[in-house]
Design a protein. Structure first.
Length: 254
């Protein structure tokens, strides 16, 4: 039976058991039960695990070294689900202590399976929203990496921070404006659109785009911005027509 097929009280009991089992493993310097949870087929079981370890890390500081050693060990597992859960766990820790788990993201970016790499993207999003300075400084070191997928993943990971603070990520996105790889370029245009529709964001995006050089990319980004204001019309602060008018009044492509 899946996690969300259980009644609410049974889910709470299971979450408590997961946390207790992890604490026992840490006390005994083993990871047998923890590994079972990390490799569980149910996504929500694995989520319960990484949330539990994140809480333990900050509640019981004396176990922090053991937890980092545990994550380092489990990241060597052949099961991609285990490595994915390691990265998601590191993301919970990185919300407050990114430097402690940075080495896991350095590894996760280059994983041979897409699931741990996607977990890196998701973790950059959630860490960057709460703990931006070290996360963005780290991300910047990979923006010009020779591997196009690394550049794309980093670009995508910047998105969530940009939805509230586009000024923080626009200088980083600007580094990718001349990227010739279609997947990277498409992701860049997508992210520009995603950081444009919240309150006070379009103004910042347009202002910064005026400093960019790649007019063809800017044209595509402006089209995406206008389209996003329609697709996200229930959440956008401006209507599509208002966004189009703002762009016409404040930006002209020569």
């Amino acid at each position: 039976m899946g996690f969300y097929e259980l009644p609410k009280d049974e889910r709470a009991t299971l979450v408590a058991k997961i946390k207790d089992d992890i604490l026992k493993d840490l006390a005994n310097s083993t990871h047998l039960k923890t590994l079972q949870y990390f490799s569980d087929e149910d996504t929500y079981i694995r989520k319960s695990v990484y949330l539990a370890i994140g809480k333990i890390f900050f509640e019981q500081t004396g176990l922090q070294n053991k937890i980092i050693q545990l994550l380092d060990t489990l990241f060597k597992d052949e099961d991609f689900k285990v490595r994915q859960t390691v990265i998601n766990t590191a993301g919970e820790i990185g919300k407050k202590q990114f430097e402690t788990v940075q080495f896991l993201f350095d590894k996760g970016l280059f994983d041979n399976h897409h699931s741990p790499r996607n977990a890196v993207i998701g973790s950059i999003k959630k860490m960057g929203e709460i703990n931006p300075t070290p996360v963005l400084n780290w991300a910047k070191t990979y923006l010009c990496h020779q591997d196009k997928e690394i550049r794309r993943e980093i670009c995508h990971g910047l998105e969530l921070r940009g939805r509230k603070h586009p000024e923080d990520i626009l200088p980083l996105l600007q580094e990718l404006q001349h990227d010739k790889t279609k997947r990277v370029r498409d992701t860049l245009v997508h992210v520009i659109g995603q950081i444009s529709y919240k309150k006070n964001c379009l103004q910042k995006v347009i202002s910064h785009l005026k400093t960019w050089e790649n007019k063809a990319l800017i044209a595509d980004a402006l089209e995406e911005i206008i389209d996003v204001h329609h697709r996200y019309r229930d959440f956008a602060v401006m209507t599509q027509d208002q966004a189009r008018q703002y762009i016409e009044n404040n930006y002209s492509i020569e």
